[in-house]
Design a protein around this ligand. Structure first.
Ligand code: CTP
Ligand code: MG
Length: 241
């Protein structure tokens, strides 16, 4: 008897925007280079993608003046390439897509995953890839909103209570076909929409990406208090000391 092989359709690639300065964390170095329990944030992020047997390679977008990258674990990896980052995340992703277009086909899948999300579980990545394998559009990991949502007015007082039903936090990875995502981001930027995630660009084309529920520990390190939290999650996952 043979073991059934999970059919994940066409080729998959990783794209990791890592050109941010980490201003809100306010550390001496960009947050993707901080060390958490003996491991560097970007090394953890890249390991999850590169260890996946269906991911062919990863393009990392870097600040042109980044002096930290060359000292990281995957800087000289044969399946890792770099691109020049831009003013905002959307520009960095578009530049990295141009590099990827020299290696991948238009129909190949691209997993765009923030460098600042080192706690992605392999099981969540597997789930995203298997749910989307035959999907015509693509989608992303996220979690449904749990708290009651309030809309504030300019004076800081509540303007309205926003119905929580159907509201989600959008995480990464966000997975789209290379050609579609490149077209979507190019059109969004040309129209002056500096979108904060990849799905937003695809939505502007009139398409409807799929939301796939992941785990809340896939946090984006954003503020100083996220650092001990990320360290705790990584310890729980047995990935750091
Ligand atoms: N990013 C990028 N290029 C930019 C800005 C951000 O590649 N010009 C990347 C970051 O490195 C990060 C991801 O996009 O992995 C999500 O962005 P964010 O959390 O906003 O990170 P920073 O921009 O570094 O943080 P801050 O906004 O606090 O400065
Ligand atoms: Mg930012």
């Amino acid at each position: 008897m043979t073991t059934p092989v999970l059919d994940l359709g066409s080729a998959w690639w990783g794209l990791v925007p890592a050109a941010g300065a980490g201003r809100r964390v306010g550390a001496a170095i960009p947050k993707q280079y901080l060390e958490l329990g003996g491991a560097v944030v970007i090394d953890l992020t890249l390991a999850t993608l590169l260890d996946h047997p269906r991911v062919q390679g990863v393009v990392v977008a870097l600040d042109p003046n980044d002096g930290h990258w060359p000292h990281t674990r995957y800087a000289a990896h044969p399946r890792v390439w770099t691109a020049v980052g831009g003013a905002e995340r959307c520009h960095s992703v578009l530049n990295a897509l141009a590099v990827l277009a020299g290696k991948a086909a238009d129909d190949d899948w691209v997993l765009v995953h923030d460098a600042a999300r080192p706690c992605l579980r392999r099981s969540d990545l597997d789930r995203l890839m298997s749910v989307l394998a035959d999907d015509p559009v693509g989608g992303l990991l996220g979690i449904p909103v749990r708290d009651t949502m309030k809309q504030a007015g300019l004076d800081g007082h509540i303007q309205a209570t926003v119905p929580r039903d159907g509201l989600w936090h959008a995480f990464t990875p966000q997975a789209f076909r290379l050609g579609v995502l490149r077209r979507a981001l190019g059109a969004a930027l040309t129209a002056g929409h500096w979108v904060t995630d990849d799905a937003s660009a695809v939505e502007l084309l009139g398409l409807r990406p799929l939301l796939i529920e992941g785990h809340a520990d896939n946090l984006k390190i954003t503020r100083p208090e996220d650092i001990p939290l990320a360290r705790f999650f990584l310890q729980q996952q047995g990935r750091t000391c």
